[in-house]
Design a binder for this molecule. Structure first.
Ligand code: EPU
Length: 436
C-alpha cells in the first residue's frame, strides 16, 4: 500500500508538520510537465455522501491533503470504516453510531458541516459544531440550516452546536437560496436524495464539484436532474446503495499551475485537467498576454514570452472567475504592465495575501473589496506568513519570481489543499524546499 503523507507517523513525527516552512529561491522558469490531482472540494462532499448508505463506496483520485484526512477522521468518528490505499478510499458506513461533527474537527475544517445533510437524512438527527471565524470572511451556514428546516428538520443551537432532528422524516420542498452557496447546495442535495417526494433547489451553485457530487449520488441510486445548472430537481428514494466513482481534476490546482507557468515565464504542460472548467481564468490570462494552448482533451500548455498586461478581474460564482484563484492572479498582476483592479465579491476579507505581497515589494492599494495593483514590480525575497490555503499559493507564486530567498511560514495552510506541492514544483525546475 503506498504510504500517505499524513499517515500516522511511525517515528513520532509527522512528515508534514505545523511548524514547516518553505524556502524558495526565485528566478527559475518552470519547464516540463505537471499533472493535476483530484479536486479537494469534490472529494470532501463525496466522502460525506458515503454516510448516506450502509454499503461500501469506493472513491478514486482522492488527493492526499490535510483536509481529506480531517474528513476521514470525521467519518471514522461517526462509526464508519475508512480504508485508504494511495489515492483510493473505501468507506463503509454500515452503522452510524455517533451522528456528530465535533468542534475539534470543525474548527480545523469548515467543510465538516458537509456531514450535516447526510447525517440528518440517514439517521434522523445530527449534532454539528458551529464553525467559528475564518481568515477569509464570516462564512455562516445559515442557508444550509434554513434549507434543512424547509425539508422538515427541526434545528436548535446550543453550546456552540447545531442540533438537528427530523421527528417526521424529511420531505421534498422548494428551496430558493438567497445567495449562491457551494457547500450549502451540496449539503441540501445530500439531504434531499433521501427525502420523501420532490425537492427543487433554485439559485443552486453550478460549480463542477456540485455536478460531480450529483454524478456520485446518481451512481448510488439517487434521482437528480439539472446538477451543474442553477435549478436542481431531486426525486427522493428510500435508500441508496454502494458505488465506485473517480473524482474530477482540481481546477484550482490546475489554475495555480497555469499561473505558475506564466509568472515564471516558463513553458509548462499542465496535464490531467479539464480545460472547460478553467475558461474564465484562461480568458483573463490570454487577455494579459499569456499563451495557452489546448494540447489535448485534458492538457494545456502555458508560456508567456512577451510582456504581461494588467487585466481587471471580478470574482464570481462558477462559471465566473473563481475566488479560489484570486490570490494567485494577484501575484501574477504584480508582474504585469499597468493598473489592474481586482474585485472580490464572494468573501469579505480575502486580501490577506496582498499585505504579504506588499512586503515583497508589490505595489497594491486595498479599498474595501477592491485591490488596485500597479505593476510591474521587482519582487524581493522576504519572510512572509501564509494566512489561508489560496493565500499561501499566491505567496509561493510570488516567491518563484522574487529576487533572492523567500521564507514562507505556516505552510500547513497549503498542505490543506495541495498535495506535496514543493516536490511537484521542484520537478519542473523550481527551487523550493521544506524546512522545520
Ligand atoms: N454564505 C452565507 N450563508 C451560508 C453559506 C454561505 O452567507 O449559509 C456566504 C459565504 O459567507 C460567502 C458566500 O456565501 O460569502 C459563498 O460561500 P459558499 O457557501 O459558496 O462557500 P463554501 O461552500 O463555504 C466553497 C469552497 C471554498 C470556495 C467557496 C466559493 C468547499 C469545501 N469550499 O466554500 O473553497 O472558496 O465555495 O467558491 O467546497 C478553498 O478551497 O480554498 C475554499 C475556501
Amino acid at each position: 500500500m503506498p504510504k500517505r503523507v499524513f499517515a500516522p507517523p511511525e517515528d513520532g513525527f509527522p512528515k508534514r508538520s505545523r511548524m514547516d516552512k518553505f524556502v524558495i529561491r526565485g528566478g527559475a522558469p518552470l519547464r516540463g510537465e505537471i499533472a493535476v490531482n483530484g479536486a479537494k472540494n469534490s472529494a470532501l462532499p463525496a466522502l460525506a455522501a458515503c454516510l448516506l448508505t450502509e454499503e461500501p463506496v469506493i472513491l478514486h483520485r482522492i488527493p492526499d491533503v490535510r483536509d481529506i484526512v480531517t474528513m476521514e477522521t470525521l467519518l471514522r468518528s461517526t462509526g464508519a470504516n475508512v480504508e485508504v490505499d494511495g489515492h483510493t478510499i473505501r468507506v463503509e458506513a454500515r452503522e452510524v453510531v455517533r451522528p456528530e461533527a465535533p468542534y475539534e474537527l470543525v474548527k480545523t475544517m469548515r467543510a465538516s458541516s458537509l456531514v450535516l445533510g447526510p447525517l440528518v437524512a440517514r439517521t434522523g438527527r445530527a449534532r454539528v459544531s458551529l464553525p467559528g471565524g475564518c481568515a477569509i470572511g464570516a462564512r455562516p451556514i445559515n442557508l444550509h440550516l434554513a434549507g434543512l428546516e424547509q425539508l422538515g428538520a427541526r434545528i436548535r443551537q446550543e453550546h456552540g452546536y447545531i442540533e438537528a432532528e427530523t421527528p417526521n422524516g424529511l420531505h421534498g420542498a422548494l428551496i430558493t437560496f438567497d445567495r449562491i452557496t457551494v457547500t450549502g447546495t451540496e449539503d441540501l442535495l445530500m439531504a434531499a436524495v433521501l427525502a420523501e417526494g420532490e425537492t427543487v433547489i433554485e439559485n443552486a451553485a453550478q460549480e463542477p464539484e456540485v455536478a460531480d457530487l450529483a454524478e456520485l449520488l446518481t451512481k448510488m441510486g439517487a434521482q437528480i436532474e439539472g446538477a451543474g445548472t442553477s435549478t436542481i430537481r431531486v426525486r427522493g428514494v428510500p435508500r441508496l446503495h454502494g458505488a465506485e466513482h473517480t473524482i474530477i481534476p482540481d481546477r484550482i490546482e490546475a489554475g495555480t499551475f497555469l499561473i505558475a507557468g506564466a509568472i515564471t515565464r516558463g513553458d509548462l504542460l499542465v496535464t490531467r485537467c479539464v480545460p472547460e472548467h478553467l475558461s474564465a481564468l484562461i480568458s483573463k490570462l490570454r487577455q494579459a498576454g499569456v499563451r495557452i494552448e489546448e494540447t489535448g482533451p485534458d492538457s494545456l500548455r502555458v508560456c508567456a514570452p512577451g510582456k504581461l498586461r494588467s487585466i481587471d478581474v471580478t470574482t464570481e460564482e462558477y462559471p465566473g472567475f473563481a475566488t479560489d484563484l484570486q490570490a494567485q492572479y494577484m501575484a501574477l498582476m504584480t508582474q504585469a504592465q499597468g493598473i489592474s483592479l481586482i474585485t472580490e465579491t464572494i468573501f469579505e476579507n480575502r486580501f490577506m495575501h496582498a499585505l504579504e505581497l506588499m512586503r515583497m515589494g508589490a505595489n497594491i492599494r486595498l479599498e474595501g473589496r477592491q485591490a488596485i495593483v500597479a505593476g510591474p514590480s521587482q519582487l524581493t525575497g522576504a519572510a512572509v506568513i501564509a494566512s489561508d490555503l489560496r493565500a499561501s499559493a499566491s505567496l509561493v507564486l510570488a516567491a518563484l519570481v522574487a529576487s533572492g530567498e523567500t521564507v514562507i511560514d505556516r505552510v500547513y495552510h497549503i498542505d490543506r489543499g495541495y498535495e506535496k506541492i514543493e516536490e511537484r514544483l521542484q520537478q519542473v525546475g523550481a527551487s523550493i524546499r521544506r524546512i522545520r
